[in-house]
Design a protein around this ligand. Structure first.
Ligand code: CLR
Length: 265
């Protein structure tokens, strides 16, 4: 029965859509393009992650991470984080509306948005049953990151991933939501805010269209709430980086990936 109700609603939507064919077509084309971009730029597909869930770090392996020095562990995590950011940059470049922006505005949006998207994507890699995230080939809990000496950031990031994971977003919903996170006209240093705002409005329409179709309109409010948390997490990340740079300026200068420094440094 549920299924038939869904079908009937889809049909009524399609019917309404045919009255405003132009708009509706371009909206679903936009969604489809964003979803394709997302699928092509995630490090792991959902079924791969599902199959890897049994892989967890052993006590010995956790101990090895915990025995690393602070700067060694930071360097290691900065590398992993930069890998993840690189996929987000590739995602951004494939979003219609993003790729049409000027180069400076693209960089400005990535500087403030790429970490936010990494953290949203982290929820795909998260296992709420044991509060672990897929990191470096296996599932890791917060204790693995002990030697970073920023337990508050790690706890907050895991908490965020847990809560977002509980919303059980589909890949399509996550794709369009992360595009929305990137296209934020309130970011600092934008040259053409109007253009970002216009691109954003289209993606906003695409997201509400998807949520309406999925019969999950209540998600919209919950997602906008998460955006506030994202902002504070990224501020904390930058704060921790400043602290680390003061302690180990040479590690950051000569051993951190250039992309990491360009975006966050
Ligand atoms: C995000 C999803 C990616 C895989 C991945 C790799 C590195 C992880 C990252 C995820 C989440 C955030 C993370 C990071 C390593 C360090 C970082 C756990 C799981 C935390 C927040 C520490 C930030 C400070 C460092 C720069 C030291 O597909």
């Amino acid at each position: 029965l549920d299924c038939r109700i869904g079908e009937a609603q889809a049909q009524s939507l399609a019917y309404r859509g045919s009255h405003r064919r132009g708009e509706c077509n371009s909206l679903s084309e936009l969604s489809a393009s964003i979803v394709r971009s997302h699928r092509e730029t995630t490090q792991y597909r959902p079924e791969e992650l599902q199959a890897l869930r049994w892989k967890v770090f052993s006590r010995e392996e956790i101990h090895a991470y915990q025995s690393k020095s602070v700067d060694e562990m930071w360097q290691h995590c900065a590398l992993r984080l930069t890998d993840a950011v690189q996929y987000v940059v590739e995602f951004a470049k494939r979003i219609p509306g993003f790729r049409q922006l000027g180069q400076n505005d693209q960089i400005a949006l990535l500087k403030s948005g790429s970490m936010e998207v990494v953290l949203v994507r982290m929820s795909r890699m998260f296992n709420t049953e044991n509060n672990t995230v897929f990191f470096d080939g296996k599932f890791a809990g917060t204790e693995l990151f002990k030697s970073l000496a920023c337990g508050d950031l790690i706890a907050a990031v895991f908490d965020f991933a847990h809560n977002l994971c509980a919303l059980r977003l589909t890949e399509q919903q996550m794709a369009v939501f992360t595009a929305l996170v990137l296209l934020n006209a309130d970011r600092p240093c934008l040259e053409d805010r109007e253009r970002v705002q216009r691109a954003r409005r289209d993606v906003e329409l695409a997201l509400s269209h998807i949520l309406h179709r999925d019969n999950q309109e209540s998600l919209l409010h919950k997602l906008y709430q998460r955006v506030q948390v994202l902002k504070s997490l990224c501020a904390l990340h930058i704060e921790k980086l400043r602290w680390f740079r003061q302690l180990y300026p040479l590690t950051v200068h000569s051993l951190f990936p250039p992309l990491y420094k360009e975006l966050f440094g």
